[in-house]
Ligand binder design. Sequence first.
Ligand code: ASP
Length: 604
Amino acid sequence: MTSETIRLDAMGSLRRSHLCGEIGNDSVGQEVVLAGWVNRRRDHGGVIFVDLRDRTGIVQLVFKPEVQQAAHERAGLLRNEYVLMVRGVLENRADDAINDKMKSGRVEVNVAELRLLNTATPPPFVIEEESDAEESTRLRHRIHDLRRPPLQRAIEVRHKLARAVRKTLDGLGFLEIETPILTRSSPEGARDFLVPARLQPGSFYALPQSPQIMKQLLMIGGCDRYYQLARCFRDEELRADRQLEFTQVDLEMSFVGVEDVLEVLEEVTQAGCAAAAGVQFERPFRRISYKEAMARYGSDKPDTRITLELCDLTEVFATSEFKAFRSNVDAGGVVKCLHVPDAKALSRGDIDRLEKLVRKELGAKGLGWIRIGDDGEWKSPITKFLSNEEREAITKVTGLSPGSLLFFQADEEGRANAILSRLRVDLGLRLGRTDGREWDVLLVVDFPLFERDAEGQLSYVHQPFVAPLEEDIPLLDSDPEAVRGTHYDVVINGTELGSGSLRNHRSDVQLKILELMGYTRERAIDSFGYLLEALETGAPPHGGFAFGFDRWAMLMTGAESLREVIPFPKTQRGQDLLMRAPGGVEDNQLEDLSIRVRKPKPSA
Ligand code: ASP
């Protein structure tokens, strides 16, 4: 270890006077005491320069032999990431050394006293704004990675969001209440993390996928307004925007209707975005119904800055001779199209590439297209199948004009929408078809309560506790698929930031909904008996929402992965490379838990 050969100093009576980021031209002539890490050392024949870094910025130190010989000698020992405290006078830099990109770029500290507080092993990569190190290297050496400015900024953004949320909700009379981490399995749609219960061998706690039921129980318990920055755990496949554990801004309120909750949701969103990134959203937020979002954008989380839109041509092809489209309509599918006006920039090769992409990644059967030439001529392999009336109808529905390109999908509605909405975003960004706004906030409302799953069984759209619109309750008996829920989503720039709803506060309605989703009465009582019983103890009408907090930080920083805004994230394979989790345990620990582990199958 290097520290055996290098004498370390104590801070002694020296106290830091400034953070590096506070140093600017205005302090010239002052004596300052700074502390931090050696970002870089340069020897210029006699004079030694050191860039000193802390969380807030970098300041140049200069060690001159004629000013302080002892400090200058010790400066020769400094290596990257050594930890220092220095005292010196702030002076103007020589003209040729000015760097106006840095706040402290016109000044430097002429060091009179150096305290070397610690040495450091050589860093595995350079600590700088953009790192070219592999992500696995950065995660294995997360301590060094955390010293990089983007991660420091992300951590600060999280803090600012949390502070704004707490301040806003405190002002609105919400209480911050913790809920258990060791709890019971709850149906949020993902796989649970289970924890063996030592005291009840064979039984397991589940880590909460969200505190959904718990916050409802708090409302029934008379707590009136609850919030929490809640840790949630879902054992799912990881993606750039998904981690095994994540944080939600979770809240619930009593004696409210949808409008009351949306008011709070808007206020929290507005305050958080302003505090974290200076984004100013005007209220009320724009609203769009689920139906309209799916019709125009093919997505329930549209980025409405992109100006391209979808059209529905199902009716046009319902009586068509063009069999490929007609048979799909007969089978209950749709024909939708994406209209790209003025699409000359897209070559035939581009279209072929797009077709390959949607076939490979989205399971498309193909990609129909029609190009309208400058002379108004229709050029496409499918033109010959279209009658004049069909052409007229397509022109009318899409509003096409010379230069337009239409992309078609004849498929089951969900897939047609998924494919065209992906094309809409890809082409919108590629061709710059945006309205120029930097930020887009949207409330998506009027979701249906149920959808049919692959087996044709009614299933929840959001989660099983969403209340139907009061006037739709009778439809639960006659036409459940037509029942509208009270669910709402908030979407920023095409990312779903959060969602919520009013909840069933009537036990009979909750039980009916569970039964419609295929639960027998016995199973419903076995799984949710405690909630159903609680609803019978005098449950107030209540509702709330939850925001993905990490996702919010990602949006506010412009990061492309959650791993860039979480201090200690997991890899795609669910590993923490720094702590080396998950890891093995001792046999006696398993013994205590009455667990025997089957040897994993050797991997192929
Ligand atoms: N608990 C829900 C979720 O995690 C959010 C809510 O409805 O409050 O998606």
